[in-house]
Design a protein around this ligand. Structure first.
Ligand SMILES: [Mn+2]
Length: 281
């Protein structure tokens, strides 16, 4: 691993002392449109070295609470093995009393973190921020496709989905038949739905963030871009509100698909992860 998050050295990157632990999971096997999410975590770590560590909004330097960076998960095996490896590594982070930040890779990796959170805490609800529903039962022959990850997570936990703006008919029927808690992007631009979103969440929350929840004008380098996404400050406002009103116990950020000429997208992703760490107690 060439880079530590934010280019931190001792003492702030020290695992024993760190509040946050960044784990890269560069898994990619089922992406359906643009390829390249396997390069996402390295691009985020590299760009994070350029972050200004003082946070204007908070008036603090969140990095001083400690951010350790682990060696990346080996992601060349079968999908079930990769999910299990992420689950085991995240379980260790939780047992060590630290907060896991998982960087994908395709969205499938979020299942590994979710299962570890479930093992450790018992009851955890998922806040899923994404352009896509990811609720298909299977996609292109796989039940572990990135298009199915929320269907798999929902087999274990309650979930609230926000920023959604692309679903298939199967997903639309599931949402209406089972009364799933979905906040569509077009509804979110019309009014402040943050209190409603938070009101649907349980006490402990896993935030799983597909970068395509952001509008492509803010986040152009994703595998499956969709117009009409959230703006930078809108997303930050939602993350901050969740971080202060619920016990957020895990965070993952997935689907960065680095592309030449769009390096700022990696920086935007790194800043988003750092903002989220800053918001957390
Ligand atoms: Mn998506």
């Amino acid at each position: 691993m060439a880079h530590e998050f934010a280019g931190l050295g001792e003492p702030f990157s020290n695992y024993e002392k760190a509040r946050f632990v960044v784990l890269s999971a560069p898994f990619e096997s089922t992406t359906s449109y643009l390829k390249g999410t396997a390069a996402g975590p390295a691009a985020i770590l590299e760009a994070s070295g350029e972050l200004e560590l003082y946070d204007i909004e908070l008036g603090t330097t969140p990095a001083e609470r400690g951010i350790a960076t682990l060696p990346q998960i080996q992601c060349d095996g079968p999908v079930e093995e990769v999910i299990d490896a992420i689950r085991r590594k995240c379980s260790k982070i939780l047992e060590d009393g630290k907060f896991p930040v998982v960087l994908g890779g395709e969205h499938t990796v979020s299942l590994g973190l979710h299962l570890a959170l479930k093992d450790f805490y018992g009851d955890v609800s998922a806040l899923h921020l994404d352009a896509h529903g990811d609720l298909r039962d299977s996609f292109e022959g796989s039940r572990f496709s990135h298009a199915c990850v929320m269907r798999r997570i929902r087999e274990h936990s309650d979930a609230v989905q926000a920023g959604i703006r692309a679903i298939c008919e199967e997903e639309a029927e599931l949402i209406s038949e089972e009364g799933l808690k979905v906040f569509y992007a077009h509804e979110m631009v019309e009014g402040d739905l943050i209190p409603d979103i938070i009101g649907c969440l349980g006490d402990r929350v896993h935030v799983t963030l597909d970068l395509d929840v952001l509008d492509p004008s803010v986040m152009p380098a994703v595998g499956t871009p969709e117009p009409g996404g959230l703006g930078w400050y809108g997303l930050l406002g939602l993350l901050k509100a969740v971080a202060v009103s619920r016990e957020v116990v895990g965070f993952d950020m997935v689907e960065l698909c680095p592309r030449p000429g769009l390096e700022y997208a990696g920086f935007t992703a790194a800043k988003l992860a750092y903002k989220m760490m800053g918001f957390l107690p």
